[in-house]
Design a protein around this ligand. Structure first.
Ligand code: FE2
Ligand code: FE2
Length: 266
């Protein structure tokens, strides 16, 4: 049996389509195997392949043995998935990618400049810690931290186009706020992420106008991450005791800062 190989990091819709076509052309059973290094380890990539191939009785995921004949599959789409275009991944694996936060670090690095990506990682760690203290889902908090500024480098013109179509009422806000709304649209369209807790926290992360515990966590973490150049001792102390009060304190402090900077009330 011929075995089609690729890193399958992760398996994509395009690769699955190629394998289905080989079966159509030959009528034969098709085997595929994970080869090479990847962001995900071998077992995880193999598990994703098995999930993607599960509906097709003629597709088999195998381990390569010494004498096997192999043909390398050619595809450009694996690297695109790792940049955050999860819609290109094989059907049936979106949910696993999202639930486990697979490739989220790579998505952040691909979509943000290095400084912003480093900030996002620090926000993720800070959000994780706050979630742990308050007995909430640490992984979820970590993921929203990583993704919260995903559209920060989008230019105003592109942001304007996107918001005019999906959220025209947001255009009246300062363009500096837009990225919290464009991120939600981007994450739905590209990452296929519809997790309400994540999307809601990201949408509220600039104005601090959210009400849920995760909204508070992300808003606070964004402002107190260790890269910030001001004393966050009090912010942290209050947030570790009570998230709502922590968010209120951070918001009041942010307003004070803007007031001092611009010499006017906000
Ligand atoms: Fe932001
Ligand atoms: Fe941020």
């Amino acid at each position: 049996m011929i075995i089609y190989t690729a890193p399958f990091d992760p398996i994509t819709d395009d690769e699955l389509q190629q394998l289905k076509n080989y079966h159509k052309e030959t009528g034969k059973q098709i085997a595929l195997a994970v080869v090479g290094d990847g962001i995900l380890n071998y077992d995880k990539r193999k598990e994703l392949c098995m999930r993607a191939c599960n509906p097709y009785h003629y597709l088999h995921v195998v381990d390569i043995k010494q004498d096997d004949t192999c043909i390398a599959l050619q595809s450009e789409t694996e690297s695109e998935v790792r940049k955050g275009y999860f819609y290109l991944s094989a059907k049936g694996i979106h949910k696993i990618l999202l639930e486990n936060g697979y490739y989220f670090e790579e998505v952040t690095k691909a979509q943000c400049n290095p400084k912003r990506a480093a900030h996002s990682v620090r926000v993720a760690h800070t959000a994780f810690k706050l979630a742990k203290i308050h007995h909430l889902d640490e992984q979820l908090a970590y993921q929203m931290g990583l993704l919260h500024d995903v559209t920060k480098k989008m230019c105003d013109e592109e942001g304007y186009q996107l918001l005019s179509h999906f959220r025209p009422e947001v255009l009246k806000l300062d363009p500096a706020i837009w990225h919290s709304y464009t991120a939600v649209i981007w994450l739905k369209q590209n990452l296929c992420c519809y997790n309400k807790k994540i999307l809601q926290a990201i949408q509220h992360h600039t104005l601090g106008d959210g009400n849920s515990a995760y909204d508070h966590i992300l808003y606070i973490a964004d402002k107190i991450e260790p890269g910030r150049q001001y004393d966050v001792t009090m912010h942290t102390k209050i947030a570790e005791r009570n998230l709502k009060q922590g968010a209120e304190y951070v918001l009041a402090d942010a307003k004070k800062y803007i007031l001092e900077k611009e010499g006017k009330h906000v």
